[in-house]
Design a binder for this molecule. Structure first.
Ligand SMILES: Cc1ncc(COP(=O)(O)O)c(C=O)c1O
Length: 379
């Protein structure tokens, strides 16, 4: 009985308002009503990306939007610099290599973000693009994108800056235009509070002018942007998800992006206080780089994170994020993003605390209380 707690770092809880918006009759995607919807949406979307430029919307998961960013801008054999910040940066690099790009990977320990100093050393003239995962969902580490931009600017290097904001968009500040990002990759099922199924590319003028020669068809921006001018798509768009997207964007506008980001910062800080009061370690190792949308918690030696997650699911009906790749079994991840408030965090942390104790993990008492004390301290 009661509601399931979906506290993985995406897909996230979908607000009832958004579910109701989706539950409408599907309309003709070549008719005037759709054209009005799409034209309105394409303008509204610019707000969440903080851009004045076009946002391309795909019926896809985030992985599709990754591929779109690469195949639209790059040519076979192009060199890209990427950072090993965790599981998702690794997957994006593997995709780049499969597409015929040459990846210069800056190694990492999965506890830090992309290193701007390491980038400066690798900016040889043949680098065509730099790939950064803004918020590494596998580790809860935020890369400092403005510092990556500054490293490119200091070197006067023309490489394109491609940024994955899949688990930060709509939760953590990301400024596509101001930070000089060329392609921002996003998707629907995290900060935008929608079900999975929509991928995004926000595109700079520089990226639009710099068309690569990698083969592309479905992902090609050009026919989409051309059809968008009239409010249409060159294929059948995910009409009902777009109704939901409109409602979710209105909700974010009503709250205001600065308040949305502050809410996420506050819940993340409260979560870290709980983790530390339990005597456990937050995976992110740099105070400047904490994610505000999720927290990855390191398990003490000899304790399996997945066993704790299983117990919490069975006993308290709460889903937590699993450890991915080399972190399997060593961390669990608490998602505190999207449609989320103080009492949901209180319930989430209570479930984690009870689950850790029930699983026999040695923790100190008072973690949830430490988080509540921080939340009580003000909005
Ligand atoms: C940072 C990041 N990039 C890419 C992806 C892949 O997105 P999808 O699973 O929607 O294809 C994810 C998925 O969680 C992610 O967190």
């Amino acid at each position: 009985m009661g509601r399931h707690f979906l506290q993985i770092p995406g897909p996230t809880n979908v607000p009832d308002r958004v579910l109701r918006a989706i539950a409408q009759p599907t309309i003709d995607h070549r008719g005037p009503e759709f054209a009005r919807l799409a034209s309105e949406l394409l303008e509204r979307l610019k707000g969440v990306f903080q851009t004045a430029g076009p946002v391309v919307v795909y019926p896809s998961s985030g992985t599709g939007a990754w591929e779109a960013a690469l195949v639209n801008t790059l040519s076979p054999g192009d060199k890209v610099v990427a950072f090993e910040t965790g599981h998702f940066s690794t997957l994006w690099c593997e995709m780049a290599a499969r597409l015929g790009l040459v990846v210069d990977l800056v190694p990492g320990d999965w506890r830090h973000g992309a290193d701007p100093d390491a980038l400066a050393e690798r900016l040889t003239p043949d680098v065509a693009a730099v790939m950064v995962v803004h918020n590494e969902t596998s580790t809860g580490v935020r890369s400092r994108v403005p510092e990556i931009r500054a490293a490119l600017d200091r070197a006067g290097h023309p490489a394109l800056l491609l940024v994955d904001t899949i688990s930060s968009l709509g939760s953590m500040d990301h400024r596509h235009d101001e930070w000089g990002v060329d392609v921002t990759v996003g998707c629907s099922q995290k900060g935008l509070m929608l079900p999975p199924g929509i991928g995004f590319n926000a595109v700079s003028d520089k990226a639009l002018a710099h068309r690569g020669r990698l083969p592309r068809s479905y992902w090609d921006w050009e026919p989409i942007i051309e059809a968008n001018r009239r409010g249409f798509y060159p294929y059948t768009p995910p009409t009902n998800l777009l109704y939901g997207l409109r409602e979710a964007l209105i909700m974010l506008e009503e709250e205001g992006l600065p308040a949305v980001f502050a809410r996420h910062d506050r819940h993340a800080e409260a979560t870290r206080r709980a983790v530390r009061a339990w005597g456990l370690e937050v995976l992110c190792a740099d105070e400047r780089e904490h994610s505000s949308s999720l927290t990855a918690v390191l398990m003490p030696e000899g304790h399996d994170a997945d066993a704790v997650r299983r117990l919490i699911l069975e006993r308290y009906d709460m889903s937590l994020g699993t450890g991915l790749g080399r972190l399997a079994g060593r961390v669990f991840r608490i998602g505190h993003l999207g449609h989320f408030n103080d009492l949901m965090l209180a319930g989430t942390l209570s479930g984690v605390e009870m689950g850790l104790a029930a699983a026999g993990v040695p923790i100190k008492e008072g973690g949830t209380r430490a988080a509540l004390a921080y939340l009580e301290g003000g909005r």
